[in-house]
Design a protein around this ligand. Structure first.
Ligand SMILES: Cc1cc2nc3c(=O)[nH]c(=O)nc-3n(C[C@H](O)[C@H](O)[C@H](O)COP(=O)(O)O)c2cc1C
Length: 412
C-alpha cells in the first residue's frame, strides 16, 4: 500500500501529534482533551492493556495483495476505523469539525459529529458530505433530543449513536484547577493560559470572534442554543443528561430513527444482548475514553465477552486508547468489526487542521498495513485470536480455535 502525499508535520506517530497539540493548545483545553477522570486509572489502563497482548505471527504467506478495506453495514470502507464523536472538536482548530470531517471523507471512513459540536450537523452534511454519523445525548427533556434525531434524518445522516455511559457529569478536577469549565467562564487563570498561546488565540478563538462570534453549540435546538461561554438558557434542567434513561428510550429511538442505530459505551455482554432485542444495528464497547467512570474496564478487556455474546448478529465496534495500528489490529483480531478513533485525530486536528487529521489517519493506515503484512494477513477477515498471545490470564478470552485450525490436533 502506498503512503499518502501528505505533509508529515514532523510527526511520525500519534504521540508526536499529541506533543504538537500540547504546544499549540492552551493548557486547560489540552488537558480537557488529553486527560481522564478522577485518578486516571482507566486512562492508563486503556493504553497499558495493549501491552498485555502479543502477536503470534504467521510466516511464509504471500502478503503482496493485502488490503485493510472492510465491508461494514453493507458498504465498503477503506480502513477499519472511523472518527469518534468529540464535543468541542471545533476548538482544536478554526472550524475543526469541518477539518476532521474532510479528512475522514478523503480517507474513505465515516465521521461522527457530536451533539456538543461547534458546527451544526446540517453544515457538515452540506459542506463536506461523506459518510456521516450523529452522536446523541439523551437530555432530561427527551423531546429536545428527539428534535435532533429528526434533524439528523432530514440532513441524511447514515447512523445515530446513542451515548449510554454518561448518566451524570464526571469528575474532572484538573478542569477546575485550570479554570476550564463548561460553560466557559473567563477568569485570571484561563485568560493567562490563553494569552500564553497567542497562535491559538489568533488562529482559532480570534478567527471565530472576527467571523461568526463566540462559538455556539451549533446542534442545540434554537430555544436552548448557547455560546460556549453562556450558561444554558433558563430552560431548567432540560440540558442535563437524562438520569432515568433506560432501554425504553432506546426502543423509542428505534421507532423514530430509520437509519443505523448504535449504542456507544457498553462493557457488559448482557447489555449488548438487550440492545439487540431493542433493534440496534451495532454496539460500541467504550468507556468514553476513560473520561467518565474511573476503574472501568478497558474496552479491549471487555470486548471478547461482548463479541461472544453477540454471536455475529450485529457488528461490535470498540474505542478507547487506540494510538497505533497494532492496537487496532489487536481489537480486530479479538472480534471487533472496526475501531473508533477519538483523541488521535483530535491531536492531529489541533496540530494541523485537516492536514493534521489526515496525517493521524494516514499514520494509522500505514501502521495497520505494516502490522498486517508482518502477521501474514491479507485481509481483516484473516485476523483472529490465533494470532494473539495473552501475557496474563485475566483477559476474558474464551478458548478459541479458528475454523479449520486442525494443526493443533495434528500436533497433539
Ligand atoms: C475531547 C473529547 C470529547 C468527547 N466528547 C464526546 C461526546 O460528546 N460524546 C461521546 O459520546 N463521546 C465523547 N468522547 C469520547 C469519544 O467518543 C471516544 O469514546 C473516546 O475518545 C475514545 O478514546 P480515545 O480518545 O482514547 O480514542 C469525547 C472524547 C474526547 C477526548
Amino acid at each position: 500500500m502506498t503512503t499518502d502525499k501528505q505533509p508529515t508535520l514532523d510527526a511520525y506517530n500519534i504521540f508526536d501529534l499529541r506533543e504538537i497539540a500540547q504546544r499549540r493548545l492552551p493548557k486547560g483545553l489540552f488537558e480537557f482533551v488529553d486527560r481522564g477522570t478522577e485518578d486516571e486509572v482507566s486512562l492508563r489502563n486503556n493504553r497499558a492493556v495493549f501491552d498485555r497482548i502479543r502477536f503470534r505471527p504467521r510466516t511464509l504467506v504471500d502478503v503482496s495483495k493485502r488490503t485493510q478495506e472492510i465491508t461494514l453495514f453493507g458498504q465498503k470502507q477503506k480502513m477499519p476505523i472511523m472518527v469518534a464523536p468529540t464535543g468541542l472538536a471545533g476548538l482544536m482548530w478554526y472550524e475543526g469539525e469541518l477539518a476532521l470531517a474532510r479528512a475522514a471523507k478523503a480517507a474513505g471512513i465515516p465521521f461522527t459529529i457530536a451533539t456538543g459540536s461547534l458546527t451544526s450537523m446540517e453544515r457538515v452534511a452540506a459542506e463536506v458530505g461523506g459518510r456521516l454519523w450523529f452522536q446523541l445525548y439523551m437530555w432530561a427533556n427527551v423531546a429536545l433530543s428527539h428534535e435532533l434525531v429528526h434533524r439528523a434524518k432530514d440532513a441524511g445522516y447514515e447512523a445515530l449513536l446513542l451515548t449510554v455511559d454518561s448518566a451524570v457529569a464526571p469528575t474532572r478536577e484538573y478542569n477546575q484547577r485550570n479554570g476550564f469549565s463548561i460553560p466557559f467562564k473567563f477568569n485570571r487563570k484561563n485568560v493567562t493560559d490563553v494569552l500564553a498561546h497567542p497562535r491559538w488565540l489568533a488562529e482559532v478563538l480570534g478567527r471565530y470572534l472576527m467571523t461568526s462570534g463566540m462559538p455556539v453549540y451549533a446542534n442545540y435546538p434554537a430555544e436552548v442554543m448557547t455560546t460556549i461561554t453562556a450558561a444554558a438558557r433558563p430552560v431548567g434542567r432540560s440540558m442535563m443528561k437524562c438520569e432515568p434513561m433506560n432501554f425504553e428510550h432506546l426502543r423509542d429511538l428505534r421507532r423514530i430513527w430509520p437509519g443505523l442505530l448504535m449504542i456507544k459505551g457498553i462493557a457488559h455482554p448482557e447489555d449488548a444482548v438487550k440492545a439487540i432485542d431493542c433493534g440496534v444495528d451495532a454496539v460500541i464497547v467504550s468507556n468514553h475514553g476513560a473520561r467518565n467512570l474511573d476503574h472501568s474496564m478497558a474496552p479491549l478487556e471487555a470486548l471478547p465477552a461482548v463479541v461472544d455474546a453477540v454471536r455475529g448478529r450485529i457488528p461490535v465496534l470498540v474505542d478507547g486508547g487506540y494510538r497505533r495500528g497494532s492496537d487496532i489490529v489487536k481489537a480486530l483480531a479479538l472480534g471487533a468489526s472496526a475501531v473508533l478513533i477519538g483523541r488521535a485525530t483530535l491531536y492531529g486536528t489541533a496540530a494541523g487542521g485537516e492536514a493534521g487529521a489526515a496525517r493521524a489517519i494516514g499514520l494509522l493506515r500505514e501502521e495497520i498495513d505494516r502490522v498486517m503484512a508482518l502477521l501474514g494477513c491479507n485481509s481483516v477477515a484473516e485476523l483472529d485470536r490465533e494470532l494473539l498471545h495473552f501475557t496474563d490470564s485475566s483477559f476474558d478470552v474464551p478458548a478459541f480455535r479458528a475454523p479449520g485450525a486442525d494443526w493443533a490436533l495434528a500436533s497433539a
